[in-house]
Design a protein around this ligand. Structure first.
Ligand SMILES: Cc1cc2nc3c(=O)[nH]c(=O)nc-3n(C[C@H](O)[C@H](O)[C@H](O)COP(=O)(O)OP(=O)(O)OC[C@H]3O[C@@H](n4cnc5c(N)ncnc54)[C@H](O)[C@@H]3O)c2cc1C
Length: 398
């Protein structure tokens, strides 16, 4: 959508799915993501599909057993109302994106299996044997299991890292009247395990559980498929010792879907051969990092758009010409430092989580460590990609 704003550029998106499919559970819209989304979709339309807690709270983090409010984060005061962190679900969000992207840009049912670099531009190979050539720029946005990333980095492997997300979105009426239900987005945390409950807008409510599971348990679960009644019962049993409100919600949930979480190394270099740019999960393959994966993808797309726009000649012998290699350098400079910082933070969080967990026999010390090791992270949730890309543009050689 962002690249479609460039003048004199023809954009084609090849999508392997036969049509836009509405699927998936809830999604947090961070300030970072909304800053970009608001430039592509009217903010009033995003407002209609979202839920925001009444006091600009991001998440309330609670003690897993007592429900005690341990950490409460708010969107910064200076952030405009239409950019305050929100939650929605993927179906209406996808509908909005589809509604606002330029017609005919997406070619469905086209699975890309390879990319070739030639003098006349890049070529794409498809699974039906066809090759299309002459592309000035290929943007690899083919997700976590990116075929194009595997082509350039065959040694990078995406694999199960030991956790499964269980998620469902259902009518809000199902939880109405439940004793102890909070009017916010809450996360109950226990040593790497988390249960989220929140209203999601459009009269929907959502539950997300992220917990460590053995490879054996995960191998029986299928991405975005129901876990079945036996497994749902197992989850109810596991969470019966947690804050009772969780059990009450799980009791009314009729189904829950599984998402075994895979991840792999993030790219240091976001571009290849002055012709290929990697964005979204194709560049940073981690299922669900800080509920910010989609936001990071939006920012990648926006940075690439701004970088290309900045290299377009306005006058001279060939006006309207883009300098793709220069744009890719700007893109790399604008995005890589931030993305690598996020990846580093994930490993620091694992260490912090171990430190907190080591005090599990001493409740007061556990709480003290938990609060100490959960510092503010607006650098991530309120990151300003526009600022970063403008700095990269201004810093490029004349
Ligand atoms: C459990 C979970 C919870 C999450 N929660 C949040 C959240 O709250 N907030 C948030 O911002 N992010 C969240 N994320 C992350 C977010 O969903 C992803 O980061 C985001 O969807 C990535 O977008 P993408 O466009 O890069 O990749 P995808 O959404 O995976 O899109 C890739 C597209 O490429 C197509 N494709 C793949 N291969 C090919 C090919 N060879 N040829 C043609 N087409 C192809 C696919 O069909 C797909 O449509 C979560 C992720 C998980 C797993």
């Amino acid at each position: 959508m962002a690249l479609s704003k460039l003048p004199d550029v023809e954009i084609t998106a090849f999508e392997k799915a036969p049509a836009a499919r509405e699927a998936g559970a809830w999604i947090s819209l961070t300030v970072t993501g909304l800053k970009v989304l608001n430039k592509l979709v009217p903010p009033s339309e995003i407002e209609q599909i979202s839920y925001r807690p009444p006091d600009r709270a991001v998440y309330v983090t609670r003690h897993w057993r007592t429900g005690e409010d341990l950490v409460r984060r708010y969107t910064s005061d200076y952030i405009r109302e239409d950019t305050v962190q929100a939650r929605t679900h993927r179906e209406p969000l996808l509908k909005l994106l589809v509604k606002h992207h330029a017609e005919g840009v997406v070619k469905y049912g086209r699975k890309v299996v390879g990319v070739e670099d030639g003098l006349e531009g890049a070529g794409l190979r498809f699974d039906d044997g066809e090759t299309l050539g002459g592309f000035d720029l290929v943007v690899a946005a083919d997700g976590l299991y990116s075929t194009l990333r595997r082509k350039f980095w065959p040694e990078h492997h995406v694999a199960f890292k030991g956790a499964v997300a269980y998620r469902n979105v259902f009518p809000k009426s199902l939880v109405e009247g439940i004793e102890g239900l909070h009017d916010d987005s809450s996360a109950w945390r226990k040593d790497g395990e988390v249960v989220f409950l929140s209203e999601l807008g459009l009269d929907k409510y959502g539950v997300v559980i992220i917990r460590g599971e053995s490879a054996e348990v995960a191998s029986k679960l299928k991405w975005e498929h129901s876990v079945g009644s036996e497994h749902l019962e197992r989850l109810r049993e596991i969470y019966k010792d947690w804050d009772p409100v969780i059990g009450r919600v799980l009791d009314v949930v009729e189904d829950i879907q599984a998402y075994p979480l895979d991840s792999g190394p993030w790219l240091r270099e976001l571009t290849r051969n002055d012709r290929v740019a990697f964005i979204g999960d194709a560049a940073h393959p981690t299922a669900g990092a800080y509920g910010a994966g989609a936001a990071m993808g939006f920012c990648d797309g926006w940075a690439l758009y701004r970088a290309l726009e900045a290299t377009r000649t306005r006058d001279g012998p060939v006006p309207g010409k883009y300098d793709v290699p220069a744009a890719l350098r700007i893109f790399q400079e604008a995005r890589a430092p931030f993305l690598l910082r996020v990846e580093k933070q994930m490993s620091l969080d694992v260490e912090d989580s171990r430190f907190v967990a080591a005090a599990r026999e001493d409740e007061a010390e556990w709480i003290r460590r938990f609060k100490e090791r959960n510092p503010e992270n607006q650098w991530l949730t309120e990151h300003d990609v526009e600022l970063e890309v403008q700095k990269a543009i201004m810093g490029r050689p004349a």
